[in-house]
Design a protein around this ligand. Structure first.
Ligand code: XUL
Ligand code: MN
Length: 346
């Protein structure tokens, strides 16, 4: 299946995993890092998404960081891959147990800001301008643990400090309502965008939308996407799927609800997403039962499903849709879409 030039596809190396979960150890062996990077082009992907420590460990001094980063950049250049996003992994270090920017300990807040600034500088080294902030632990397990109003101000200050530190990057907030915290301070795309407008540089503040995170917030991902697209703030996506309100599943795009996936492809395509260099990012996990040999299948399947849905979007008779909308004939419109999704011709 050929890929239209407008769409470039990316994923992060963490999308190739051992299948370990909170209840059990790895279910398959770890793929070597260099081997993971070699798989991208084979699978038909164009770029890589990184956390800071996907490139080099976060505690290296700057000289060693530059050396390690140059080695990774050389592999990427050799493979013909670009770096789409980079994100500071602010949720694994012992100093971020209580959150980073919103920890109740000022030393820990400073650690988070310093690490985020370092990550922005890493972005320069790998030629990437999209800095993603998934605010993993910026929330609470019990609401009384932190003053939420103070916490919001701290997030805005940290976001601004990163933008002021590095003028080359732009920040994409990735909202998620819960997990790992019980309750996140910025649970939805709307919250994230409102915060972007309060920072020191709203023009460099936008969002990355993950399908599963919108679904966890009870919002159809295509609605969130339309909202961000209206504001010209949709700078990346993490397409995947989610079966109801439970833990974050990161299922293959379109595997749970094809119509919901269709609507995401529709809104992206109709808005010209990708024409300004935005990429179609995935954030998907293989099932725990998957073998090592099959552990890339979920990536290939997600891309295939996107392209098949794109074919359907492009085949929809727009004139007919507009006629049905004008006449408010929504029963007929629904059947037209379902017929197309079920492959009915003519
Ligand atoms: C967590 C999540 C992260 C971010 C990147 O749910 O989606 O992988 O996408 O930090
Ligand atoms: Mn994600």
């Amino acid at each position: 299946m050929s890929t239209p030039a407008q769409y470039r596809f990316t994923f992060g190396p963490w999308n190739i995993s051992t299948g370990a979960d909170p209840f059990g150890p790895p279910a398959r062996k770890e793929m070597e890092y260099a081997q993971k990077l070699k798989k991208y082009k084979e699978l038909g992907f164009d770029g890589v998404q990184f956390h800071d420590d996907d490139i080099v460990p976060a505690d290296l001094d700057w000289q060693a960081t530059l050396k390690g980063t140059a080695e990774v950049k050389k592999i990427l250049d050799g493979e013909g891959l670009f770096v789409e996003i980079i994100a500071p992994r602010l949720w694994e270090d012992p100093r971020t147990l209580d959150g980073g920017f919103t920890s109740n300990d000022p030393k820990e807040r400073q650690y988070a800001i310093d690490r985020a600034k370092r990550c922005a500088d890493l972005a320069d080294e790998v030629g990437c301008k999209n800095f993603v902030l998934w605010l993993a632990r910026e929330g609470t397990y019990i609401r009384e643990a932190k003053c939420a109003k103070t916490a919001i101000a701290r997030i805005v200050d940290a976001w601004s400090a990163i933008l002021e530190h590095n003028k080359n990057i732009r920040i994409l907030g990735e909202a998620k309502p819960n997990e790992p915290t019980d309750s996140a301070f910025l649970p939805t795309v709307g919250h994230m965008m409102a915060i972007g407008y309060k920072t020191v540089d709203p023009a460099r503040s936008g969002v990355l939308i993950e399908s599963a995170h919108s679904i966890l917030a009870g919002i159809d991902p295509s609605e969130d996407m339309a909202f961000a697209l209206y504001h010209d703030k949709l700078w990346s996506v993490h397409l995947n799927d989610q079966n109801g309100l439970k833990y974050d599943q990161d299922k293959t795009f379109g595997s749970v609800d094809l119509r919901r996936a269709f609507n995401q492809v529709w809104v992206l395509e109709k808005s010209g997403y990708g024409k300004n260099g935005e990429a179609v990012g995935l954030d998907v996990k293989a099932m725990r039962t998957t073998t090592f040999e099959d552990s890339l299948q979920h990536l290939a399947n997600s891309k295939t499903l996107f392209l098949r849905l794109l074919d359907i979007v492009r085949a929809v008779d727009e004139k007919k849709v507009e006629e049905l909308r004008a006449a408010k004939k929504y029963e007929q419109l629904e059947m037209l879409i379902l017929d197309m999704l079920m492959g009915k011709k003519g």
